[in-house]
Design a protein around this ligand. Sequence first.
Ligand code: PEP
Length: 259
Amino acid sequence: MKKLIIAGNWKLYIEQVEEAKKLGLALKRKAASFSGLDMVLFPPAPFISAVAAGVKNSSIAVGAQTISSFEEGAHTGYISARTVKDVGATWALVGHSERRAQMLDGIKAAAETEETIQAEMKAAERAGLKVILCVGEEERDPSGAHFATIARQLSSALAHFPKSGAKLAIAYEPVWAIGKSAAEACKPADLEEMAIFIRRTLSELFDRTIATKIPILYGGSVDATNAKELLGTGGVSGFLVGRASTDAKSFIELLHAVR
Ligand code: PEP
């Protein structure tokens, strides 16, 4: 059985460095009792260094919520893959739906396109970062168009990614399930079906043996109440967790639920 990966995307929920350090330390204290899983924390970029220092000598890794598609140069305000690596990140999230180009509440949100996502994948790889590539459809329809969306996102983002498939995990994050209640998360049977589809798509993009080794995670309203059931079908080997990862109590409850 693959080792579980439980990743916490703190988004903008954590706004103060002391709060970030405290959460990191609370999880570090528990990490040894969850040796069957790997934890990865994604704090806001300015806190990567402090959180990484705090969880040092534990099994917890730290990552960046995003990296620039530029590797260096005159790009004001961007943070490169090499920079986040230098301050302690070993992972990066790429292609999170909250960063893909889309309209949110009438405002054009971050403009990551398939081209910039490809460039981020390359930048991460060149910096030696591991990547959680997020894919997910905005809505489902009975004709199954969401499968084509996922296939397109995967094949585009991975077009130039090393065929070794090392340092890669995929997070299936249907946009319609993010930030909702646990009851509105993807249903286990639908998740299993999508995980099989993602695995099949990966085996067209990578060697078959390599494709079986790439972890597939799920993200979208996971917490301690639905985690076990979502893992139950065996399609995914972990989670990318937003809201429930930003509080030590709910994160630790989730860890207990999946142990
Ligand atoms: C996410 O945005 O990556 C996510 C999974 O969020 P939540 O768990 O809050 O739905």
